[in-house]
Design a binder for this molecule. Sequence first.
Ligand code: ZN
Ligand code: ZN
Ligand code: FE
Length: 759
Amino acid sequence: MPSVLVLVHGIVQGVGFRPFVYRTALKHGLSGYVRNRRDSLVEILLKGEQESIESFLEDLKGEAPPAADIHRVEVYPAEEAAEEAIASSFTILGSSPEASASGSVIPADISICPECERELRDPRDRRFRYFFITCTNCGPRFTIIESTPYDRENTTMRLFPPCEECLREYRDPRDRRFHAQTVACPRCGPSVRLLDPDGRALRCDEPIEEAGKLISEGCIVAVKGNGGYHLAASTLVDEPLKRLRSVKERLQKPFALMARSLEAVKGFAEVSELEERLLTSPAHPIVLLRKSQGYYLSDLVAPGLDTVGVMLPYTGLHILLFDRVGDPAFVMTSANKADEPIIKDDDVAVKVLRGVVDYLLIHDRPIAHRCDDSVVKVVEGRVSYIRRSRGYAPKPIMIPSSGGDPTLALGAELNVTSCILFDGKAFLSQHIGDVETLETLGFLEEATRHLMRLVRCKPEGIACDLHPRFNTTRLAEKLSEEFNIPLYRIQHHHAHAAKLMAEHGLDEVVCIVCDGFGYGLDGGAWGGEILYSNGPEFERLAHLEEHPMIGGDLATLHPLRMTASILYDAPGFHDWLQERAGNLPHGAAEAELILREAERRRGIATSSCGRILDAAAALLDVAYSRTYEGEPAMKLEAAAYGGKPIQGLNPIIEGNRILTKPLLEHLYESLGRERVRDLAYSAHIYLARGLALQAIREAERLQVRHIGFTGGVAYNRWITRELSRILEKNGYNLLLQKEAPCGDGGISLGQAYAASSLQ
Ligand code: ZN
Ligand code: ZN
Ligand code: FE
């Protein structure tokens, strides 16, 4: 009888893969074994009929557990020695003892699977209505792992020794909980309690269902999840949302929602097939969905935006929250102090949230590592990762073209992640946040050291942003000294482009990089760039016209300053600005000052695409201030829905500068004559056309085949759509992000990639 050795590469450990292989082998009457290998592979030896082996291999790829991700399967004829080792049945062997060598792959958290959900609802099941129901196919992973290998004693589940019955399931290869490190039941597992704001436990039989009722009635409840605390509130009444906005100091920033079911989501948002797949995927990310015509939730959820961020319940606890209420969704926003990371510890939650929440719903399983919810958006029919965290981190992204030494990178300043690149894999940390405070800096350092321990990698080089005063730069300087390894300072937009090259395996690229701010080689504020890069090096080929930022960073917070910086000499503009002076913190006097400064051309010059979108947003009365990152640009994108390009607006390019003053002037002259949505749409089209024409020109001159688009502006659907259209017409295929965010959340990967090719 033939026998073969099968090696499976990918995310195949800690995701229920061996029991799946076991069941599949039995189904096809094969003997042999399966085991986890130290190099993160799964090794399978099979003996049986040729036909059975072939159907086994088909099932292996077609029916693998949802959280598994098979990258490659190799099949070899088995050697004689191995053949002899085959027993007459199929067995699961223990992991090889060296199972935690360098490069081990750590599974991400997995949302509750359909089988566990069924058991949660089954009165005959011993886990009926048990909030911490999990199996080998689902449950927390990364957020409970303290060290490797991934065994219960190395996780925060070690505090809950399994009872007899749970142990029996754990040891039975035919059971879905065979080797499930999180196996638990109401007798032996974590328990949940409802607390008053002072941290005193309330007596109640069904704390979760009770919490759901309280939220529905208008209370704000802190809910402990897998990766940290959420603040939950009703989506149907304004009062708790007003309170939440004032305590979180989030005046306008949209709140994410957790909906009770997919049907409920479809009642207030449009859901495409791809978006539905994302919502129900093992990661259960927050998906930015278009509000539907009949959107009926409070306007305070996502003010001024056409989209709303929605996720589905991803644990038993979340499902039970909705059991006694009819609410379609709850607000579920991460609980944290302003500019600090998400709260994960119970004592901190009670202390910090006093005065904010009415109740706390907590459980006694410690969170080893905090992990925020992930955020994705579908742009041009493709998944765009905005925040790659829970459900994805720290799964590696395959980078076949990277061959350099192991390299660590620490990101820029906003939406920071860190990255370890080695052995063809990029391990990105969970979302850290804006590293502007000591707390987030501490979190970055802790998360990075933990990631290094988990993947067992000692870097040979470290990369950071070129900005001399970023906190991440200072941390990189410190670690470079501590590890005695060289430090590479990678220009911001070069890193953005390098990330795209890494994901697509490119040798060279002409890359359009548009975002809000990146420190330029000349010390300027770059952000609307066309670069050439071959990986380690780059050249700035062209950029958007520069305009002074009146008042420096104030121009970012108050887009009217950017509008004035560009239009100060347009006829009647002084009066136009004075009419809107009420939207500036210091009113008319401030408007006067801004105009004087604008005439003198004072302020750091910026070529930022984000600032142009901001200026247009203020000009069209869409947004006057930025209370969260990207707000004016996002509102401009929303305002452009249903818009058409206006006549006679064609991009003007002078040398290597795409002019933007003519755009703003044209919009200004058309105010009142054209519909706002057409003007908003045209602003996007103008920028896209200018960037596309110039990029094509450069690509032709340099004979480069690939043109890419990245940076935070690449989340914008209008610009992305128009760029793709023009490039396609000219025989190019626009390269966009794959798995790592095109915003600053993916920049650490680009830094590491550029630095490793420099070594
Ligand atoms: Zn499950
Ligand atoms: Zn038990
Ligand atoms: Fe950026």
